[in-house]
Design a binder for this molecule. Structure first.
Ligand SMILES: C[S@@+](CC[C@H](N)C(=O)[O-])C[C@H]1O[C@@H](n2cnc3c(N)ncnc32)[C@H](O)[C@@H]1O
Length: 334
């Protein structure tokens, strides 16, 4: 079995998504300060650092200590680690982190949501339904908080149904919740393969479960498993709550004329970002019935991506994990 450190050296920890578009729209300049709220393997961070060098600084955050370790090696190898402050924390604590590190002013902020390829393929925390892993699914990899095991084995059926519907738009969430509850009534669901069996009513066949790279699972089953695992992961990491809490903080932290980019990977996340940006971009907040504007409200931001940006076919063929990415970028006005 390959050791994690070897994996990081031999393979790509994570391929940054929409990199060209991010750089073009965030337009980082020499001397700017940037915050990368989701460091991962440091691909986006490195590209930002190259543009803001030599005077600009980067504050980069990740909940996963493995990301901090990987990215610090990578940035050191590129000779830019000295310009970066790497913090192992949840980005929901961004105000505190910025205050503690006196990191101001901030001209550029990036939020690249979800999980890294390393977490999905290698971290052995139960993010993937291929193989046999314990049900953890925490980005931080441990140290308290809800685990996937607790969600699967302890949540009431109704709550399970809700998270399946809200976090992954699953068509018949009641059916899946019922199957999970029935299965855990027989024995505790401890591993990813036990969860797969509870959902499908049968284990993955030879050649799918046994060898994660053969991946010959019928598309509908594959889609269902992807969605159920996604829904549980989002619940475990409070991803939607964290996103709602961090967006207003980021807008406060950003300097006037500064830019914020958010990459989401599913409709639930993107809806939150889109609505937040639309509300902040409104100049008039008078009631609809009011014939003329009487409010003194001013738009806080300008939306730079009238239509959300999605990866081009070329990028998706090179990196299939980019396929669900949705990018929105704004500029702060006041
Ligand atoms: C899609 S990856 C980022 C990849 C990165 N942009 C790159 O170029 O490699 C998302 C990362 O965000 C981290 N993450 C997700 N939610 C977080 C949160 N609330 N606080 C801190 N880190 C978080 C995950 O641990 C993961 O490493």
């Amino acid at each position: 079995m390959m050791h994690d450190a070897c994996y990081m050296m031999l393979n790509t920890y994570h391929v940054p998504v929409l990199l060209e578009e991010i750089i073009q729209l965030l337009a980082p300049k020499p001397g700017d300060n940037a915050i990368d709220c989701t460091l991962g393997g440091g691909g986006h961070s490195l590209a930002l650092l190259k543009r803001i060098s030599p005077k600009g600084k980067l504050l980069a955050i990740d909940a996963d200590p493995a990301a901090i370790q990987e990215a610090s090696l990578r940035l050191a190898g590129e000779g830019v680690l000295g310009q970066a402050i790497l913090v192992n924390d949840n980005f929901v604590n961004i105000n505190e982190i910025v205050n503690k590190t006196s990191f101001k002013p901030v001209q550029v902020i990036l939020l690249d949501l979800g999980l890294s390829s390393y977490q999905l393929d290698t971290a052995k925390r139960g993010f993937s339904f291929w193989g046999e892993e314990p049900l953890n699914m925490q980005f931080s990899g441990g140290g308290g908080g809800t685990t996937a095991w607790e969600v699967v084995n302890n949540y009431p059926k109704q709550k399970l149904k809700e998270i399946l519907a809200v976090n992954a738009d699953i068509g018949k969430p009641g059916d899946i919740a019922h199957r999970i509850v029935r299965s855990r009534g027989e024995q505790s669901i401890k591993t990813t393969s036990m969860l797969v069996e509870a959902i499908l009513g049968a284990p993955l066949s030879e050649g799918s479960g046994a060898d994660q790279f053969s991946r010959n699972l019928p598309p509908l089953q594959r889609k269902l498993l992807t969605k159920v695992f996604q829904a549980i992961r989002i619940e475990v990491n409070r991803e939607l709550q964290n996103l709602r809490q961090v967006l207003p903080q980021l807008l406060e932290i950003l300097s006037v004329n500064g830019r914020l980019a958010v990459i989401s990977y599913h409709s639930g996340e993107d809806r939150i970002v889109k609505h937040f940006f639309r509300a902040a971009a409104k100049s008039c907040i008078c009631p609809k019935e009011s014939p003329i504007c009487r409010c003194t409200n001013q738009a806080k931001i300008r939306i730079l991506t009238k239509k959300a940006i999605k990866p081009q076919v070329k990028e998706i063929s090179a990196n299939s994990r980019a396929r669900s990415a949705i990018l929105r970028v704004i500029e702060k006005l006041s």
